[in-house]
Design a protein around this ligand. Sequence first.
Ligand SMILES: Nc1ncnc2c1ncn2[C@@H]1O[C@H](COP(=O)(O)OP(=O)(O)OP(=O)(O)O)[C@@H](O)[C@H]1O
Length: 259
Amino acid sequence: MSSTRAVLEATDVWAGYGGPPVLAGVDLTLRPGDAVGLLGRSGVGKSTLVEILGGGMRPAQGQVTLDGIPVGKTPMRRRKEVKARLRTVHQNGLAGIDVQRTVEQTVQDAFTEARKAGRTTSNDVEAALAVVGMPIRFVTRRVGTLSGGERQRVAIARALAARPDLLLLDEPLTAVDPAMREEIAGDIRDLVRADGIGLLVASHDVRLLDRLTSHVLVLAEGAIVESGPLRDVLRDPQHPETRALAEAVPEAFGARPTR
Ligand SMILES: Nc1ncnc2c1ncn2[C@@H]1O[C@H](COP(=O)(O)OP(=O)(O)OP(=O)(O)O)[C@@H](O)[C@H]1O
C-alpha cells in the first residue's frame, strides 16, 4: 500500500571486530519483490551484514542507503519512515520486543503503526499468526513465556504485520522443527509475494532458502563470491567455499555427488 517502494543499496561495505575484516567490500541491492538468500558457512559474517543492512551496526567503511536515505546514520526526521519501510528480524527473535506484552498486543501494535502510516488496512491478528503457524490460543500469552521457536514466529508475524517494503530475516525459524519450518516458510513466501515485500534471508539452511527465496548470494572471505538461483549455484559451484557448501547438502538440491 505504500506509495514509494524502497530500494536498499549497500556499497563497498567493510566491517570487523578489531581483527581481520569480516566484510571486505560487499555490494548488494534489494528491491521490493526480490526474494534473496544470503548463504555462507557459520561465522562468515551473515549476521554482521544483516545488522549493517538494517541499520543496527555501522560499517567501518562504505554505505547503506534506502532510496538514498543513509541507513544506520539516518537523520532523525527520516527514522520513522526508514523503520516503517525496512524491518529486521534478528536470530533470537527478541530484539525490540517487550517481553511483558502479550502476543496479541505485540502483533496489534505493528498493525496500528502500519495503519497510521497508510501501509495496511488490516487488523487481523489471527491471520497474521496463522502465517507463522501459531494457533489463536497463543494471543493471551506474554512473549516472555514463549519457547524460542514461538518467539521467532511472533517476531516474524510482527514484522510482516508492519507491512515493510523490505524484510531482513537472520536465521529465521532455527528453533522450529524442520517439518513445521518448511510449511511456515511456504506461507511467509506466499505473503511476501502477494504484498511485493522484498525479502533477504541469511541462513546456512539450504532447504529453508529453497522455500523462501528465488536467488542466493554466497558470502565468503568477506565478499559476495557467487550468485544465482540456489539449485544452479549448488549444481555448479565456482568458489571453493560454495563447493564445500554444495557437498554438504542433499542431492535433491542438485549438488553433484563428491568425486
Ligand atoms: N561482537 C563481536 N565481537 C567480536 N567478534 C564478533 C562479534 N560478533 C561477531 N563476531 C565474529 O565475526 C565473525 C562473523 O560473525 P557473524 O555472526 O556475522 O557470522 P554468521 O555468518 O552470521 O555466523 P552464524 O551462521 O554462525 O550465525 C565471526 O567470526 C564472529 O565470531
